[in-house]
Design a protein around this ligand. Structure first.
Ligand code: A3P
Length: 330
């Protein structure tokens, strides 16, 4: 059992420069509605960040899923970094003992261990070679279900979908976007400005509710293909969630591993406290964000420190309206 990294890690990620857009992509973008000062493009119902449009087209054209692939899907800021760490550790636990001093997570940011398809693999001028990945390939994406390629949907590849309550997701996103705005020389946005956009569905890969619902519905019909996880449950019962996740991925903990409590070793290795204090996660950048910005507070309920009662009610109301009929609750 080993998976997911290009050999040797870390990945050398080459992200797109503005001049690298193909004519096809430029033409398409000219025809699409934009929002958030031209940062977002509305493509087939989803708001895609300008700099990932090329990667999305290229992903659609070139990506062929394998039956053995494992795809982590997330809306931004729901705990992608955490789940990347967990999946990497889980799938590679024979090759890399979670207690080892040389574990890759101790020296490499989780985003450089598990590439995002439309950003890290297909986002650059030169598409990264996937042939170097060992099987099962561990990949990730932020794309909504409707924008996944046919080969992902039709193959036997497994999808792990992580979601998080909309209020913490929004607060995390607001902080994160301001980090990237400042790094790009722009002014940070007020929470009110970003809130209006988010609640109207305008945010990277939004609308948030459509994203969650698309995978929720699919997971009900295809429980062997899509595993639906919640950030809050992971925080509350990490070992139970991890064991279920391992079973879903056909790599359940063996009786010997149960005795050694390997599941706990992985939980500890991937904990917020551990990862956020590593030098590799404190310095440098991934895309336009500080690597440290992926580790902010890592708590449930931080929205209470930022949202007004009115904002909270607005998000509750939208969530109730959208999710009630499909039996989804936070
Ligand atoms: P907060 O901003 O609420 O602190 P993503 O990885 O999708 O970008 O999501 C980032 C959010 O996940 C941030 O939330 C971050 O602090 C939190 N996070 C990162 N690593 C975590 C971990 N190991 N455990 C729990 N939460 C984590």
């Amino acid at each position: 059992m080993s998976s997911g990294t290009l050999e040797p890690p870390p990945l050398v990620l080459k992200h797109l420069q503005e001049d690298d857009l193909t004519e096809e992509c430029k033409d398409l973008m000219r025809s699409l509605p934009t929002a958030d000062q031209g940062f977002l493009y509305q493509y087939q119902g989803s708001w895609i960040p300008r700099s990932f449009m090329q990667g999305l087209l290229s992903f659609n054209k070139h990506f062929q899923a394998h039956d053995t692939d494992i795809l982590l899907v997330t809306f931004p800021k729901v705990g992608t970094t955490w789940l990347k760490s967990i999946l990497f550790s889980l799938l590679n636990r024979v090759r890399y003992d979670p207690n080892a001093q040389q574990h890759p997570l101790l020296t490499t940011h989780p985003h450089e261990l598990v590439p995002i398809l439309e950003i890290d693999i297909y986002g650059g001028k030169q598409v990264l070679e996937l042939t170097h990945l060992t099987s099962p390939r561990l990949l990730s994406t932020h794309l909504p279900y409707s924008l996944l390629t046919r080969s992902v949907k039709d193959s036997m590849c497994k999808i792990v979908y992580l979601c998080r309550n909309p209020k913490d997701t929004f607060v995390s996103l607001w902080h994160f976007q301001n980090n990237t705005r400042v790094n790009r020389g722009m002014n940070p946005s007020t929470i009110e400005q970003d809130f209006d956009n988010f609640s109207n569905g305008i945010s990277p890969y939004g609308p948030y509710w459509d994203h969650v619902m698309s995978y929720w519905k699919e997971s009900l019909e295809k429980s062997k293909k899509i595993f639906f996880l919640e950030y809050e449950k992971m925080k509350e019962q990490p070992t139970i969630c991890l064991k279920k996740l391992a079973e879903f991925l056909d790599c359940a903990f063996s009786p010997e591993e149960e005795v050694k409590n390997v599941v706990n070793d992985i939980v500890r290795l991937c904990s917020f406290e551990n990862l956020s204090n590593l030098e590799v996660n404190k310095n440098g950048k991934y895309l336009a964000a500080n690597k440290a910005a992926f580790f902010r507070r890592g708590e449930v309920g931080d929205w209470k420190n930022h949202l007004t009662a009115e904002m909270s009610e607005t998000l509750d109301r939208i969530t109730e309206e959208k999710f009630h009929s499909v039996g989804l609750k936070f």
